[in-house]
Structure formats: structure tokens, C-alpha cells
Design a protein around this ligand. Structure first.
Ligand SMILES: C[S@@+](CC[C@H](N)C(=O)[O-])C[C@H]1O[C@@H](n2cnc3c(N)ncnc32)[C@H](O)[C@@H]1O
Length: 272
């Protein structure tokens, strides 16, 4: 128990009250470690498609450092993570154990050199930004990548592209209310436009079910033991249970209009 308490104390936003805590950090406190809409499976295809072997890799917003370890298993030439939360920086440093660098910084101005990376990876972070910040972060990824470099994102999509604006707004507002983060998922066409406006060519798009809190996905992502621990923690804590059920019911209500999306966007030009 004391180990669990001290691990929870290292999480971002750990001092916030349960009712106000950003949904992903609340889930992390309860033991859910995979915090992306398409789960580990979409992360695996994202990393396969990005081409990590021998590459200089930038991970934008590594969070708990889970993807960082998966990246390192694929033999990159180098790894650097940039997260604006000091706790996330320390957690990722702990996860990678000296096999790369983790820097505090904003994704829209990383301080890294122009054309210093072959791959930039960002999961479950652009969705939570305003339109203006999304554009700035994508431009920063473009600047840092070498020609031929790949920007690989795993985010939340709304579908179909033709969904009326009022319905998109309703979904965004409902999500923001339940996860307590200003979530602004985009349609596939809007994700593509965001990337091509910055100069990228979209070279691959894949979808997966948005099933973050569905039992089968929780077991696939956390393992049976981790899933049971998560459920026990949810059952033990009434305030947290209320929040998790509210998030789950929002995801269920809009499930026919939400999906996890992977996009690989390539910076034009020949790789050296
Ligand atoms: C939901 S977590 C996702 C973490 C990780 N990518 C994953 O999929 O497990 C979002 C992460 O984005 C980071 N973040 C949000 N906005 C950021 C920004 N503008 N610059 C750098 N990091 C940011 C947060 O600190 C957090 O670690």
C-alpha cells in the first residue's frame, strides 16, 4: 500500500481533488497505465509504421514513459522525450533508465535543433490542445524533423467527416466535461488538414476502436493482474468510481462517432 501511495504521489496533478483531476491522471492513479484511445495495439502499429530502427527519435509528451520503453526496444539511434510536466519528465527518466534524454519543455517550442530527428512520436496529446496550439506543435515537429522524417500521431477522431458542426461541438463539450480536460478531437479530414497545412504529406492512416475503458481493452493493455487491480481501486474509492463511470458513459454514448486514429505524416524531401 505504501508503495502504491508513493507511486501515486509522483503522478502529475496528484494534489488535485478527485473531482477536478484530469481524467488520464485519475486513471493513472487508479493503476491504468496505457492512456491512449487505441491502446497498446495501435501504439505497436504506429511504431512499426514510423520506422524506428536506427532513427533519432523525439517523443512528444511521453507521460508515464510507457511508449518510451517500447520505442527503445526497437533500436533507435537516439531517444529524446519532451514533456511540460515535471513529474512526467521524472517518470519517463525512471522508465528509460539512462537510455536517452528526457527534457522539460513545451511541445510547441522544444528547444531542439532544426532537422535533428528522423521520427517524432506523439500520442494522446494533440487532442487536448486548442486549434492554435495544435498548429504550433505540428509546425514544431516539422521544424525538428529532417526531410523524409516521419511525424507519427495516435489521437482521438470524430467520424464521419460529414458530421454536422453542432454534433461535433456536443461531443467535444461532453468529453471536456467528463474528463476535465479541454479535449478537441478532430475528424480524419481535419487531422489531415492540420498536418498538410504545416507542409507534411499524409502517408498512412489507420483506425482502431476507441475502447479505453472497455473490459477487453483494459485487460489487453494492462494484463489480467493490472486490470483486476484497476477495478479493485475503482471499487474502493467512491469519488473516483463516480468519475470513471461518468467518463465511461460519455465514451459509450458517443462510441459510434469516436475512434482512435493513427496518422503518419512525412516531411517532404529526401532523407540523407
Ligand atoms: C494523456 S497523457 C499521454 C501520455 C503518453 N503520450 C501516452 O500516450 O501514454 C498527455 C501528456 O501530454 C503532456 N502534455 C500536454 N500538453 C503538452 C505540451 N504542450 N507540451 C509538452 N507536453 C504536454 C502531459 O504532461 C502528459 O504527459
Amino acid at each position: 500500500m505504501s508503495n502504491e501511495t508513493s507511486a501515486a504521489d509522483q503522478l502529475p496533478f496528484h494534489q488535485r481533488k478527485t473531482e477536478d483531476m484530469p481524467g488520464h491522471w485519475l486513471l493513472a492513479r487508479l493503476g491504468k497505465r496505457v492512456l491512449r484511445p487505441g491502446g497498446l495495439e495501435l501504439t505497436e502499429s504506429l511504431l512499426d509504421d514510423a520506422g524506428i530502427d536506427g532513427a533519432d527519435v523525439l517523443e512528444i509528451a511521453p507521460g508515464l514513459g510507457k511508449t518510451a520503453t517500447a520505442i527503445l526496444e526497437r533500436s533507435p539511434r537516439s531517444y529524446v522525450g519532451v514533456d511540460d510536466d515535471p513529474n512526467a519528465v521524472e517518470l519517463t527518466k525512471g522508465a528509460i533508465g539512462g537510455r536517452g534524454r528526457v527534457l522539460p519543455g513545451d511541445a510547441s517550442s522544444t528547444g531542439l535543433d532544426d532537422e535533428s530527428a528522423d521520427v517524432a512520436i506523439g500520442e494522446a496529446m494533440l487532442t487536448m490542445q486548442s486549434d492554435r496550439n495544435k498548429a504550433k506543435i505540428v509546425q514544431e515537429a516539422f521544424r525538428v524533423l529532417r526531410p523524409g522524417g516521419r511525424y507519427a500521431i495516435h489521437e482521438l477522431a470524430i467520424n464521419p467527416d460529414t458530421l454536422p458542426d453542432e454534433e461535433k461541438t456536443e461531443i467535444r463539450k461532453s468529453l471536456a466535461r467528463s474528463i476535465k480536460v479541454n479535449a478537441r478531437p478532430l475528424t480524419e479530414a481535419e487531422w489531415r488538414k492540420l498536418l498538410t497545412d504545416a507542409g507534411f504529406e499524409v502517408t498512412k492512416v489507420r483506425f482502431a476502436k476507441m475502447a479505453l475503458l472497455e473490459p477487453r481493452r483494459v485487460i489487453a493493455d494492462e494484463g489480467l493482474g493490472g486490470a483486476l487491480k484497476f477495478v479493485a481501486n475503482v471499487l474502493r474509492d467512491g469519488d473516483a468510481r463516480k468519475r470513471v463511470l461518468a467518463m465511461r458513459s460519455t465514451f459509450t454514448k458517443y462510441k459510434s462517432h469516436m475512434a482512435a486514429i493513427e496518422v503518419i505524416a512525412t516531411k517532404p524531401g529526401k532523407s540523407a
